[in-house]
Design a protein around this ligand. Structure first.
Ligand code: NAD
Length: 446
């Protein structure tokens, strides 16, 4: 088992550090956020992650698990002892739509003087093409006068977990190991093999691994963008996107169109933006960003149409977290929506039972409209009467817009056109005549 230093113990770094500890390694962790380190010392998870509380409670009582601050006098020694340094720092998006690497620059400045020869550094953040070589490898080589692949090793191994399912994902997901020489690849593989002997491992160069991560998220974000575009097109034709998807995907081997819904978050939207703004050949990535972000304008348009005007109307948005059943609010689409509503004079409220500071349902009281932006389980379980009760109004006074198809009784469900003029037949329904009075299509099948 190896001596490790994990730098940046956020949503990616902390679950991985815990799993590496569980695999038997000696794990020191450092984070610039002192409150996070203090919380780890107490054995308390600083954010929600399924299955992590129990593991942290065990790790916190062990000598092999050492949360550190930079001020800790053991920090230089921990760096020097580390056979592996795993870097899971944030790479947030700047206003120019490209990653900001300040966290990496800061860490390299603090750490590089103390590294020991032979160390292997694993870059696990999502980065732009060539960042690993041009910044991490090059800076260390220049500062220490070391030869990469001989005196030290740097590998890019992207994380592909889904928040909330991190603990399982770390064990089960295939690893992509990006390395530019055989010895570095071997050392990186040895670390990840310790997490699961059966783990599937793909060896590629560092830039290929960087692209693999960006391509994957851009691909998924493009699909979600397309699903959202289809939803709006379905609405414009007074069709129901869910019935269209069922018909298109059901039992058909080349189906797989995803369901629509607001989508962004700290991976999909961010990585797509970085790819879009780092290559002249990325038109579809730009379109994916636009189509996903357009939902905010679409919602504002629908609310305006339903309420007449947004001026002085109270609109409460349900869900600030970008993903269901998490408390992670990074890069959500809720705040852009609130900005649009605010600028039209609406009185906006935000309700998210999982996000501190927004968990008081009192904010819902008096709403003229409610919009569901995150499909938390807590929202799914709300009935129509519960919601009306929270609003403290008559049902007819509250317009409910559900972006996730979780409330069948909502006034509007994203992607669902007119509900009128249908008749049950067989396993589904047929449209008798559409709302605009066109001729009814012939009934077919059963
Ligand atoms: N969250 C995900 O689901 C996910 C999935 C795959 C990849 N990624 C990528 O992984 C990277 C990390 O993402 P995350 O969600 O864990 O971010 P995060 O913001 O949750 O974690 C980053 C951590 O680094 C710490 N940090 C910042 N500056 C530091 C410094 N100078 N020294 C030490 N620690 C410092 C922060 O305090 C924070 O705890 C990003 O590049 C992200 O794009 C994230």
């Amino acid at each position: 088992m190896a001596s490790l230093l994990c730098v940046g113990v956020g949503h990616v770094g902390l679950p991985l550090s815990l799993k590496l500890w569980q695999a038997g390694h000696d794990v020191a962790l450092v984070d610039i956020d002192i409150s996070k380190i203090e919380s780890l010392r107490q054995g308390v998870m600083p954010f929600l992650e399924d299955g992590s509380d129990e593991l942290l409670a065990l790790a916190a009582g062990s000598e092999r698990f050492r949360p550190l601050t930079y001020g800790d006098e053991r920090f230089p020694d921990q760096v020097a002892q580390a056979e592996y340094v795993v870097m899971t720092l944030g790479t947030p998006l700047g206003t120019d739509y490209t990653f900001r690497y300040d966290q990496y620059f800061d860490v390299l400045e603090r750490m590089v003087p103390h590294l020991s020869e032979g160390v292997t550094l694993i870059v696990r953040s999502t980065v732009a093409p060539h960042f690993t070589h041009n910044v991490v490898t090059s800076r260390i080589a220049a500062q220490r006068d070391w030869v990469p692949g001989v005196d030290f090793h740097v590998s890019f191994c992207p994380e592909r977990l889904v928040q909330g399912e991190a603990m399982r994902g770390i064990e089960e997901l295939p690893e992509i190991i990006g390395a530019d020489d055989r010895e570095t690849a071997r050392k990186a593989e040895r670390l990840f093999r310790s997490l699961g002997a059966e783990k599937r491992i793909h060896h590629v160069s560092t830039v290929e691994a960087e692209l693999a991560k960006l391509f994957l998220n851009t691909f998924r974000y493009t699909l979600f963008g397309l699903a959202n575009e289809f939803a709006i097109i379905a609405e414009q034709h007074d069709a129901d996107i869910f019935r269209v998807l069922e018909a298109a995907n059901g039992g058909y081997p080349r189906g797989g169109i995803p369901r629509p819904g607001p989508s962004r978050g700290p991976c999909l939207g961010k990585d797509t933006a970085t790819l879009a703004f780092s290559s002249s050949a990325s038109m579809i990535a730009h379109a994916a960003i636009k189509t996903n972000e357009n939902i905010v304008l679409h919602v504002a348009h629908e609310l305006r149409a339903a309420l007449g005007s947004l001026a002085r109307r109270k609109v409460t948005v349900f869900g600030l977290a970008f993903k269901a059943d998490t408390d992670d609010v990074r890069d959500n689409l809720t705040l852009p929506l609130v900005n649009v509503l605010d600028r039209e004079g609406a009185v906006t409220g935000l309700y998210d039972p999982l996000v501190a500071g927004h968990d008081n349902s009192e904010v819902v009281r008096g709403s003229d409209a409610v919009v569901v932006m995150t499909p938390h389980s807590a929202f799914r379980s709300l009935g129509e009467n519960d919601l009306v009760g929270l609003c403290g109004r008559d049902r007819r006074e509250v317009y409910v817009f559900d972006l996730w198809n979780i409330w069948p009784w909502a006034d509007r469900i994203f992607g669902r056109g007119s509900e009128e003029e249908h008749e049950d037949i067989g396993n589904g329904r047929v449209r008798l005549a559409d709302a605009r009075g066109h001729a009814a299509p012939a009934r077919t099948g059963s």
